[in-house]
Design a protein around this ligand. Structure first.
Ligand code: F3S
Length: 87
C-alpha cells in the first residue's frame, strides 16, 4: 500500500512542476494540409516539412510543457485548420 502511494505522489510531483504535461497532444490532418508551412515556421520543434512541402508531425506523444504555447500558436495559424490540439 505504501509503495503504491509513493508512486502516485511521484507522478503528481512531476505534473505539478510543469515539466511535462500528460494531457496535450497535437493532431495533424494530412488530408487538410496544403503546405502553407506556418506550423514549421512557428514550431519547428513540433513540425517538419517533407519533400512535397507537407507538414510532418515530429511529436506524436504528449507535448512537453515548454512547447505547449508553440503548439497552440501553430494550430491557430494554420489556414486549413489541419492542426488540432487535445488537452
Ligand atoms: Fe499544412 Fe497548415 Fe502546416 S496547411 S504545412 S499544417 S500551416
Amino acid at each position: 500500500m505504501t509503495h503504491c502511494s509513493k508512486k502516485f505522489r511521484a507522478a503528481l510531483f512531476i505534473g505539478s512542476e510543469g515539466l511535462y504535461s500528460p494531457r496535450m497532444r497535437v493532431h495533424l490532418d494530412a488530408e487538410k494540409c496544403q503546405g502553407h508551412n506556418r506550423c514549421y515556421a512557428l514550431a519547428p520543434e513540433i513540425f517538419d516539412v517533407d519533400d512535397y512541402g507537407q507538414a510532418v508531425l515530429l511529436i506524436e506523444d504528449d507535448v512537453p510543457s515548454d512547447l505547449e504555447d508553440k503548439a497552440r500558436l501553430a494550430a491557430s495559424n494554420c489556414p486549413e485548420y489541419a492542426i488540432t490540439i487535445t488537452d
